[in-house]
Design a protein around this ligand. Structure first.
Ligand code: AMP
Ligand code: ZN
Length: 113
């Protein structure tokens, strides 16, 4: 996807603070953090929305999610964390390459969902 910022980060065309990478996904620091620590878990395969996932995307996303708690020490998740996936305009999605926000490092003082 030539115009996708996360594909460009994946391919090393845009710099990022990458904290983890494997064959399915990478994790970077969000450039505009909304919590004390704010990471983005980005599946390597480009797709826009949950509604566009193929069965292999579904399987891969499950593996990626399972990996997050295994990275607890690296990401500093020991006191808890919140995952957010924005979907579409009303949710404020700005990058249309599916990604999971990982918010941690503080009490979540915004409304509990
Ligand atoms: P969303 O609004 O859910 O689509 O989230 C997109 C996120 O990507 C926002 O939190 C942005 O701050 C973040 N972001 C955009 N460009 C970059 C970048 N080059 N490096 C790191 N994070 C970025
Ligand atoms: Zn992309």
């Amino acid at each position: 996807m030539s115009n996708c910022v996360f594909c460009k980060i994946r391919d090393g065309e845009i710099p990022s603070e990458k904290v983890y990478e494997d064959d399915l996904m990478f994790i970077i620091k969000d450039i505009d953090p909304k919590a004390e620590r704010h990471f983005l878990m980005i599946p390597k395969r480009h797709f826009k929305l949950l509604s566009e996932m193929t069965s292999s995307d579904t399987e891969n996303l499950g593996k990626c999610l399972k990996k997050i708690p295994e990275l607890s020490d690296l990401l500093g998740l020991e006191n808890g964390y919140r995952l957010i996936i924005n979907q579409g305009d009303d949710a404020g999605q700005t990058v249309f390459h599916l990604h999971v926000h990982i918010l941690t490092g503080q009490k979540m003082d915004f409304p509990h969902l």
